[in-house]
Design a protein around this ligand. Structure first.
Ligand code: NAP
Length: 248
């Protein structure tokens, strides 16, 4: 089937705010219908849906699903297919962190981070990736982090491990779904979102000094790379670091 451009559909997990909202807008800008997945931020998801539909000639729907809950992910997939008849792109953006001192970290907290950041993408790729594979084409982008590659912070050892694990998962799913579904990873450095808003002046200055561009990314700047990774036809099984030139 020759798919017409403006019929394409992208699911963005954690799409109501932060980087996810910028990714939603980037795909809408390129004429994709978008699924704005949220877990808690329903009001923000609704507001974004209205803004997107006002600004671009596309349809946006919001779907509540905790990515670590298999049943909810399957329902999200089914609702997407029912509404749009297809899924072209999945962006695994949903993520959490819980920076804390080692003495305050517990195995349960560690598992909670892994559940959302690693088991979540496993579930979404298992089901939505398999759907795409059976349809004969598709593209997946996983949002990891430079913390999962070479920028380690003991306070976020749980988060860093989850993001390293996601890169491993990316490689295995790329193999699993080859040659029909491309699976790539974008590993951002610091981004201006709620997740990075807790840094104090000293930490900010130190972070800026380690970035050649001397500043954090706007969410839209990372979203551009995510769109590129999703649509570049010969890009597969790659990990793209988008960190402004980290010198750490
Ligand atoms: P954020 O502002 O804290 O937003 C996190 C998003 O994840 C929210 O939309 C949230 O949805 C969603 N989410 C969390 N748990 C979820 C779950 N169980 N199911 C579904 N959605 C869930 O974070 P951000 O900075 O935009 O981060 C987006 C991604 O970029 C994450 O994977 C993060 O690790 C990665 N990243 C961020 C930075 C940075 O400096 N900010 C750097 C590198 C990588 P609700 O509000 O609806 O719960």
């Amino acid at each position: 089937m020759n798919k017409s451009y403006n019929e394409k559909t992208a699911i963005i997990t954690g799409g109501s705010r932060g980087l996810g909202a910028a990714i939603v807008e980037e795909f809408a800008k390129h004429n994709y219908n978008v699924v704005i997945n949220y877990n808690n931020s329903k009001t923000k998801a609704n507001k974004l849906k209205n803004e997107i539909e006002e600004k671009y000639p596309v349809k946006a729907i919001i779907i509540k699903a905790d990515v670590s809950n298999e049943e909810e992910v399957i329902k999200m997939m089914e609702e997407t297919v029912k509404t749009f008849g297809r899924i072209d792109v999945l962006v695994n953006n949903a993520g959490i962190c819980n920076d804390s001192l080692l003495e305050d970290k517990t195995p349960d907290m560690f598992r909670t981070i892994l559940d959302t950041n690693l088991v979540g993408p496993f579930i979404t790729m298992k089901h939505i990736g398999t759907y795409m594979y059976n349809e004969g084409e598709g593209s997946i982008v996983n949002i990891s982090s430079t913390n999962g590659i070479d920028t380690y912070y003991p306070e976020s050892m749980d988060y860093d491990a989850s993001k390293a694990g996601l890169i491993s998962l990316n490689h295995n799913f790329a193999k699993q779904f080859a040659p029909l579904v491309r699976v790539n990873c974008v590993a951002p450095g610091w981004i201006k979102t709620d997740m990075s808003s807790g840094l104090n002046e000293e930490q900010l200055e130190q972070a800026y000094n380690n970035i050649l561009l001397g500043r954090f990314a706007e969410p839209s700047e990372i979203a551009e790379s995510v769109y590129f990774a999703a649509t570049a036809s010969y890009l597969n099984n790659s990990v793209i670091e988008v960190d402004g030139g980290s010198t750490e």
